[in-house]
Unconditional design. Structure first.
Lengths: 138, 210
């Protein structure tokens, strides 16, 4: 069950935010922007404070999951630096597949849209419907 | 098998009052993307991994994987004497910042007008591809942070145990413990350090624990 999705561009701005259930608080647009900025920061800092030996893993890519009492957050960062953050229930241990599909939707319905400006909020009805289908099927 | 890297304890004034490390591969705040250091001659340099100018830490201060005896661990107390310790202080501030911000956004997602302080959202841990950071906050605002390998998912009972049976027993119940609420005192209690050391060693060698 996916409760919400945030998409953050590579400079930390929020370009998409949608709640799919009542399980978590519906953030106001201001709060959602703060969320995006904060997450962008902690994502970058988390890779800086890694204590793990270098020989095992050459490079820390930042936060992948956050576990809390009520939900779990999954973050998927694309090679271009866009972050897809999904809030799910605690049953979801792996969400890379679904987040990858969301990235495909983003490519198909936002990036390929000739009227879409890079790094700007996504306003596309097609993207909304396809995303909702994906979340419900999940 | 649990691989524990570091433990931080922060008091409610956001001060790091305790830090210790095991199996740590990277020196604090070493630049991840910088690659191998030019000045480093391999993994021999252990304690003071500073470059010649003495300004920043080189990227690859390898420590041998040993349990710190009380003699070696005393050297890692957070005090401003050496550049390594300054880097550790800086790193502790970053760790606190990350944890504080994470806790706050999680609290925001949990309750609209919930209480500001504390951990009502129940932030437990976050994971990157190289480590996992576990968080526990006592009702008094003391924060326990432990970093482990990625596959160790549940350290909440361990952190609670450290708080209840080690921190309270050996630090709070110590008659010399400074209870002034306005001043933060670093933990310099060798019993606490020794018991904590033993406990971490115990859970690390316990293969049954995931």
């Amino acid at each position: 069950m996916i409760h919400a999705l945030f998409i953050i561009n590579r400079s930390g701005g929020l370009i998409y935010h949608k709640n799919f259930s009542q399980h978590i608080v519906q953030l106001s647009s201001n709060e959602a922007l703060i969320f995006a900025g904060t997450f962008h920061g902690i994502h970058a800092l988390a890779s800086k404070i890694s204590p793990a030996p270098k020989r095992d893993t050459p490079r820390d890519t930042g936060i992948q999951t956050i576990d809390t009492k009520n939900f779990r957050m999954h973050c998927f960062q694309t090679p271009t630096g866009i972050k897809f953050i999904a809030v799910t229930d605690l049953m979801q241990t792996q969400l890379t597949g679904a987040l990858g599909k969301m990235y495909m939707l983003y490519c198909d319905y936002a990036l390929k849209n000739p009227f879409y400006n890079l790094e700007m909020p996504i306003r596309s009805e097609m993207f909304d419907t396809k995303l909702l289908q994906l979340v419900q099927a999940h | 098998m649990v691989v524990v890297y570091t433990i931080y304890i922060f008091d409610r004034h956001c001060e790091c009052i305790f830090y210790t490390e095991w199996n740590r591969g990277r020196s604090p705040l070493s630049d991840d993307s910088a690659g191998r250091p030019k000045s480093g001659k391999g993994p021999a340099n252990t304690a003071h991994a500073i470059d010649r100018a003495g300004t920043h830490l080189s990227g690859d201060a390898q420590r041998p994987v040993v349990w710190p005896t009380s003699a070696t661990s005393t050297a890692h107390r957070v005090s401003p004497e050496s550049p390594r310790n300054t880097a550790m202080e800086e790193e502790a501030k970053l760790v606190y910042g990350v944890v504080f911000s994470t806790r706050n956004i999680i609290n925001k997602l949990n309750a609209k007008d919930g209480p500001q302080g504390g951990n009502p959202g129940g932030f437990m841990s976050f994971a990157t591809n190289t480590y996992r950071l576990h968080y526990f906050e006592a009702p008094t605002g003391v924060k326990f942070i432990i970093t482990t390998d990625v596959s160790t998912t549940s350290m909440q009972p361990v952190l609670e145990m450290i708080y209840r049976n080690i921190y309270v027993e050996y630090v709070v119940k110590n008659p010399l413990f400074n209870i002034d609420p306005h001043v933060s005192t670093p933990i310099e209690n060798d019993y606490f350090r020794a018991v904590l050391n033993n406990y971490i060693r115990e859970i690390s060698s316990n293969t049954a624990a995931s």
